[in-house]
Design a protein around this ligand. Structure first.
Ligand SMILES: NC(=O)c1ccc[n+]([C@@H]2O[C@H](COP(=O)([O-])OP(=O)(O)OC[C@H]3O[C@@H](n4cnc5c(N)ncnc54)[C@H](OP(=O)(O)O)[C@@H]3O)[C@@H](O)[C@H]2O)c1
Length: 315
């Protein structure tokens, strides 16, 4: 049987790279799209079985180019997303305008399945521009391509993430670490392997027209996450509840002077809201695609990189 072809947008990110492995070993053909073949080609090329992976450099805002890419696709998975804005790379452009165009083109090109990655808790954070843009994007997709599946993950973590790895690096060298909202915000972290299994099963079982909250097996507060990371890298640090005004000043400075700010004022707004199942929407567990991997056990598999003497260190 001819393998199904998936157009994967945002393929070079954490979830994308893991998805390429998952789908290609299961006999799907992936066309992975990147803005920069030179910078991302080496990362992408090694993720899939030869013959099952094609890499395309494209400007996703060029509708003719995008339409050409969609022509041969049976399935489209959109992983394109940003955490902070830069010049034209605005939340509105990436999370609202692009999904709007993409979903119209999917319909035009008779794509069978469209899976779009949104984010958990976006309808509970009205003051965050990130959340608002993701919600606007979801609504436009639903209108243009009602068969689409909208996935709302909590934090996705792994050795390839920008979350646990960044925090372990910071905790490694900062003697004290600030906790905004006293570190009480709750999360349901999901390991990238569990996340890719959800996407794989949605495609395999041909699930359509759903909004699914993608959550891990545990609810953990931000403070507990930091404590677990500290325990795993075997460091003792002071975790200090810090007033938000300090967070906003720090975030403002980072946004002004760092090309990739570690935290932004918009992310501080998001941090105010728990990032857990809403109870108003189905989760991956309702589709019998449970997330099984435990946060402590998984971070221990890669945290040694931030321990004093590496993998074989005794302390
Ligand atoms: N990771 C999480 O914890 C998490 C949680 C909730 C929701 N999500 C959502 O899940 C999706 C995938 O997450 P991820 O962590 O895998 O993302 P990621 O690692 O940040 O990767 C995002 C991808 O988007 C592409 N991209 C960024 N800006 C672009 C632009 N202006 N034009 C074209 N492509 C652009 C990049 O591809 P190139 O540089 O190769 O072009 C990159 O590979 C995102 O939509 C994200 O919002 C993630």
């Amino acid at each position: 049987m001819k393998p199904k072809e998936i157009l994967l947008l945002g393929a070079s990110g954490q979830i994308g790279r893991n998805l390429i492995r998952k789908f290609t070993i299961n006999n799907f053909k992936i066309k992975a799209v990147t803005r920069n073949l030179h910078a991302k080609g080496y990362l992408l090329k090694t993720q899939g079985n030869p013959g099952y992976l094609e890499i395309e450099e494209a400007n996703i805002f060029n509708e003719i180019e995008l339409s050409k890419l969609l022509k041969s696709a049976d399935i489209c998975i959109n992983l394109i997303g940003i955490l902070f804005e830069k010049k034209n790379n605005t939340f509105k452009n990436i999370h609202k305008n692009f999904p709007d165009v993409l979903s119209k083109l999917c319909l035009e090109n008779k794509v069978d399945q469209l899976v779009h990655l949104s984010a958990l808790g976006i309808d509970k954070a009205p003051d965050s521009l990130y959340a608002k843009s993701k919600l606007d994007g979801e609504n436009l997709i639903k209108k243009n391509f009602p068969k689409a599946v909208l996935l709302r993950p909590s934090i996705v973590y792994s050795v390839d993430d920008n979350f646990t790895t960044n925090f372990m690096r910071l905790l490694n060298y900062l003697p004290v670490f600030p906790l905004y909202y006293s570190g009480q915000t709750k999360f349901c972290p999901i390991h990238v392997s569990d996340m890719t299994e959800i996407i794989f099963q949605i495609v395999k079982k041909k699930i359509y027209s759903q909004k699914i909250e993608c959550i891990g097996p545990e609810v953990i507060s931000f403070k507990e996450i930091m404590q677990k990371l500290l325990g795993s890298i075997k460091k003792k640090r002071l975790l200090i509840p810090t007033p938000l005004i300090i967070g906003n000043i720090t975030a403002n400075l980072m946004e002004t002077f760092m090309p990739n700010p570690l935290i932004t004022r918009d992310q501080l707004k998001l941090l105010k809201y728990d990032n857990i199942a809403s109870g108003e929407c189905k989760t991956n567990f309702d589709f019998e695609i449970p997330a099984k991997l435990k946060f402590d056990e998984e971070i221990n598999k890669y945290s040694y990189m931030w321990r004093e003497s590496g993998q074989f260190s005794k302390n």
